[in-house]
Design a protein around this ligand. Structure first.
Ligand code: GUN
Length: 304
């Protein structure tokens, strides 16, 4: 595994190079996909369903399709209008559940208000739930049973383990309790034998909690919310945030939930934004699609 690159800007932290770590993982997935095709005549396929025209979602969906093709898998894109009704979306899910060419189903969130996202997630075959959001997979993860695991949390843990292969006994602080990141990443860290605290908007004295954390996962959705003086010297900092802010010259720029410049002077290792967690989310989605294809067809991937 690529660990990261040492920065040359007067900072002490190793920059965890999510882009190259993700590229390495996607390369392994692509090699396994090629073997699946050769040995079993099987091509994993992922159906990505986008309802409406959320610009951020459109960007994500395009990058997922590109990564799929690069890995030798089949993309099935379903773009539905903003006005799509719940029954129509549920009927599509039924068809995708029954389609042998579809190994994974991802319904991009958020959905428009007329659609109950939980109802849609629950309609997906748990074996094809590459997001790991179905109650069966959420339950299996919390029971410590094998399951399809949400991609962003999985990527966060993989990145942390490139710095420290064993997270056992570490004090881990997860800031954010969303179903997509905070809760599942806490479960994954527990499974790695870390001591896990989950903080949220009602948490008292967050800065003091953060200063005790050997591993800090920031998934709040607030630009540069975590400051440098919250970071324990030498800590591993994984920044899940993707926030667009006004930059110089009227141009916007993307920053994380952590004030990167300040934190990098104190942390032992830190993910950049962009180029940290984001690429890992896509790579883990490829991995989940491969795993789903293998499980559905009763075959074993060679290296995973
Ligand atoms: N929207 C933001 N993150 C995600 C994700 O990981 N999966 C899906 N389906 N939608 C999202």
């Amino acid at each position: 595994m690529v660990v990261g690159r040492k920065n040359g800007r007067g900072m002490t932290a190793t920059i965890i190079d999510g882009k190259s770590i993700a590229a390495e993982l996607r390369g392994k997935v692509a090699a396994d996909v090629a073997r699946l095709k050769r040995d079993h005549g099987l091509t994993p396929g992922l159906a990505v369903v986008l309802v409406g025209q959320n610009p951020a979602s459109e960007v994500y969906v395009r990058s997922k399709a590109k990564a799929l093709v690069e890995a030798g898998m089949a993309p099935f894109d379903h773009k539905l209008p903003e006005s799509t009704g719940e029954a129509e979306l549920l009927a599509l899910i039924d068809r995708l559940n029954a389609d042998k060419a579809v190994s994974g189903i991802l319904v991009q969130l958020p959905l428009p208000p007329q659609i109950d996202a939980q109802k849609v997630i629950a309609a997906i075959d748990p074996m094809k739930d590459v997001d790991g959001f179905h109650p069966v997979n959420v339950g299996r993860l919390s029971l410590g049973l094998p399951s399809l695991v949400p991609c962003t949390p999985y990527g966060c843990v993989m990145l942390a383990k490139t710095v420290k292969p064993s997270l056992a006994g570490l004090d881990a602080l997860v800031i954010g309790r969303s179903n997509i990141v905070g809760k599942p990443v806490a479960q994954l860290l527990l499974a790695e034998n870390a001591t896990v605290t989950v903080a949220h908007s009602k948490t008292r004295d967050l800065a003091a909690l953060a200063r005790r954390a050997d591993l800090l996962i920031a998934a709040i959705g607030k630009a540069e919310f975590v400051r440098g003086d919250w970071i324990k010297p030498g800590a591993i900092v994984i920044d899940v945030g993707i926030n667009r802010i006004d930059g110089e010259g009227g141009k916007s720029r993307i920053v994380g939930d952590v004030a990167f410049g300040e934190a990098a002077r104190v942390a032992g290792a830190i993910t950049p934004v962009p180029g940290g967690v984001g690429p890992m989310t896509i790579a883990c989605l490829m991995l989940n699609t491969l795993r789903a294809a293998c499980a559905l067809n009763g075959v074993k991937a060679a290296s995973l």
